[in-house]
Design a protein around this ligand. Structure first.
Ligand code: ACM
Ligand code: ZN
Length: 630
């Protein structure tokens, strides 16, 4: 997403807030039993009386080819908290048995826990891995601690669980260009998402703010495109332009060895890594490396986040053969590095204003009988698609690749709403649904006055209520969905976690669980248990946003202000004050719209759930309220 669009969306923020009441959520499943709080919800859970207590972790693995990876996963997740050693057993008389069951679908499994321990049955590595994730979630939250925890009984309830995913594509995207995340942080992110049964890590590796992957045949891409001037704090879209002489001291890139390690790490967690090389737009870093690929004048510096659309070139020139020569080299190496069958070429938000007056572009259009800029972009995308295919891969792009005609066999990521996905599916293409309205994890997740600055709004309940298959679309063409974390306003990894969880948990249930297993209030209860788990694991998450009141301010005819408060969660109670005191559950309880007293100059709000203070204390001045009034 770019600065221009973000500015437009920011101005919509107040309007979005006013209409941001949670959408209705499909319900139907019974509320989970106290002790079983699995996210994403399995297909079927039957709880029986009794529980199995682990006093050792002897493990039987029927399919030898999985034993190395599975044992590594089990050791890393079970030994730290319990202090018990995980050991491989040749006998089925083990605490945990991983057995082959050819009837299980891809990534599906069954798990039974009884007096003889736990049996996971699956036909694929993914199924066994997910069975183990479910087992981990049946254990007490302290299992997530990395250091030994005394006085916990490592028990799981007797259960019979049947489970398999609704969609084959369950993705999360991390933008590592706008801000740089180390290899170790990327791995941690993958570890966290795999626990919730996501299976695709979409790695947004290049953008205007940095080129982040080594391409040996084009070393300039990282020599010149990986580093930029430092900017800290402030609103990123307002950052001062970089200038000559400034140290280029922020950034980094992944070497081929780093990439190999990340892919291997992900594979052990049943996660495929999809690289994105975003072209022809979003290419400032590439143009800094290869100025001759601009239509006229390449920018001198990698973008620091400052506003530039329409003023500086950031699109590769499709009239220049050298553009395709460089991209051929880039995609050859990308195809060699990444075993995943798909490569993402981006294709989004290409500013075509410089193309319109470029003589090389004009020549290309004449030769190829192209009548407008959309067709020129389509020419570019189709040609890049051929390069990708020549290296044995399939092309994915954001929904702009539909403009001017979609390349054969391309898969579309629908982000500007669902329409692009619907149109592509109607033309017989595979699609992945990832609309801003439900899947953009870079947006505010609640009341903005108590959140780190960003723009627009995506509440947890809007993630949870997402339905990836629109009416009238062949469901087999919808591969699944994806959450996207753009990183313009994500300067550190802890904040990447904060923005991802719990919204990522909600999306995991959308992409994995059967539609009729989704139940918002039940999810909220399970989420609270997962807060505890994440806390044990020292994973950051937003503990407050979902509880904070939804605030609508209306101008009244008499010149006063009327306040409406709401909540995403039905049983949250909201208390408020207008007398400058800090509210608690002895303050006025919100029961309906009220007027700000003429003399009052502050509104303070506090939520409670089940008698417990939840969320942040919200504090808005009269000026804040007036600025929001509709
Ligand atoms: C996008 O958000 N530009 C795909
Ligand atoms: Zn050009």
């Amino acid at each position: 997403m770019n600065a221009k669009l973000i500015t437009a969306l920011s101005s919509l923020l107040l309007v979005c807030q006013a209409f941001a009441a949670p959408a209705p959520v499909a319900s139907g499943s019974a509320r989970a039993r106290e002790s079983i709080t699995i996210i994403p919800a399995p297909v079927e859970v039957i709880q029986n009386a009794g529980d199995y207590e682990f006093r050792s972790f002897n493990v039987f693995i029927e399919n030898e080819k999985y034993s190395g990876n599975l044992m590594e996963m089990l050791s890393s997740k079970l030994e730290g908290a319990t202090g018990y050693k995980v050991s491989l057993s040749s006998s089925r008389k083990a605490d945990i048995r991983f057995v082959e069951d050819p009837r299980q679908p891809v990534d599906g499994y069954s798990l039974t826990a009884g007096k003889n321990g736990v049996t996971v049955a699956a036909s694929t590595y993914g199924g066994h891995f997910y069975g183990f994730q479910t087992l981990l979630q049946l254990l007490p939250p302290e299992i997530k601690s990395s250091s030994a925890v005394a006085s916990v009984e490592w028990k799981v309830p007797f259960v019979e669980i049947k489970d398999s995913p609704r969609f084959p594509w369950r993705g999360l995207m991390l933008d590592v260009s706008r801000h740089w995340f180390t290899k170790e942080e990327v791995m941690k992110y993958i570890d966290e998402l795999a626990e919730y049964k996501f299976n695709i890590f979409h790695w947004h590796l290049t953008d205007d703010q940095g080129w982040r992957i080594q391409i040996e045949s084009c070393p300039e891409l990282t020599d010149r495109g990986a580093m930029r001037a430092t900017r800290i704090g402030g609103n990123w879209w307002e950052f001062e332009h970089p200038h000559a002489g400034e140290p280029l001291d922020y950034g980094g890139f992944y070497t081929k060895e780093d990439v190999r390690e990340v892919i291997e790490y992900a594979a052990k967690r049943n996660v495929s890594v999809m690289p994105e090389i975003d072209v022809p737009g979003h290419s400032t870093a590439a143009l800094v490396a290869y100025p001759e690929l601009a239509c006229f004048n390449a920018p001198e510096f990698v973008n620091v986040g400052h506003r530039f659309y329409g003023e500086e070139e950031n699109a590769l020139c499709p009239g220049n053969e050298k553009t395709f020569e460089i991209l051929d080299k880039v995609f050859r190496e990308i195809a060699e590095m990444f075993p995943f069958e798909y490569i993402d070429i981006g294709g989004d938000e290409c500013f075509r204003g410089f193309w319109a007056t470029c003589p090389k572009c004009a020549k290309r259009m004449e030769e190829e009988h192209l009548s407008d800029m959309a067709q020129l972009q389509s020419y570019f995308v189709k040609r890049v698609g051929k390069i990708i295919e020549s290296y044995g891969k399939k092309m994915i792009g954001w929904d702009e690749i539909l403009d001017g005609g979609l390349a054969d066999n391309a898969t579309v990521m629908s982000w500007r709403g669902m329409d692009g996905g619907i149109r592509a599916a109607q033309a017989g293409h595979h699609v992945i649904m990832t609309p801003t309205t439900n899947c953009y994890l870079d947006l505010y997740q609640g009341e903005p006055s108590v959140e780190p600055v960003t723009y627009s709004m995506l509440r947890l309940s809007s993630c949870y209520s997402f339905e990836p298959v629109p009416e009238g679309v062949d469901p087999s063409l919808v591969l699944g969905g994806q959450g996207n974390l753009w990183a313009e306003a994500v300067p550190v990894f802890r904040h990447a976690e904060y923005m991802t969880w719990p919204r990522g948990w909600a999306l995991s249930e959308v992409f994995w669980s059967q539609k009729d297993r989704r139940n918002w209030m039940d999810f909220v209860d399970r989420m609270e248990h997962h807060f505890q788990r994440a806390g044990e694991a020292d994973i950051n998450f937003s503990a407050n946003s979902v509880y904070n009141a939804l605030i609508t301010v209306r101008n009244c005819e008499d010149g006063g202000l009327s306040i409406e408060l709401g909540s995403e969660i039905d049983d949250v109670e909201i208390y408020y004050t207008v007398d400058n005191t800090n509210p608690d559950n002895h303050s006025p309880k919100y029961t309906g719209p009220f007027s700000m007293p003429r003399s009052a100059c502050r509104l303070k709000i506090q939520s409670y759930r089940n008698g417990r203070k939840v969320g942040n204390m919200i504090y808005l001045t009269l000026d804040d309220l007036k600025a929001r009034a509709i």
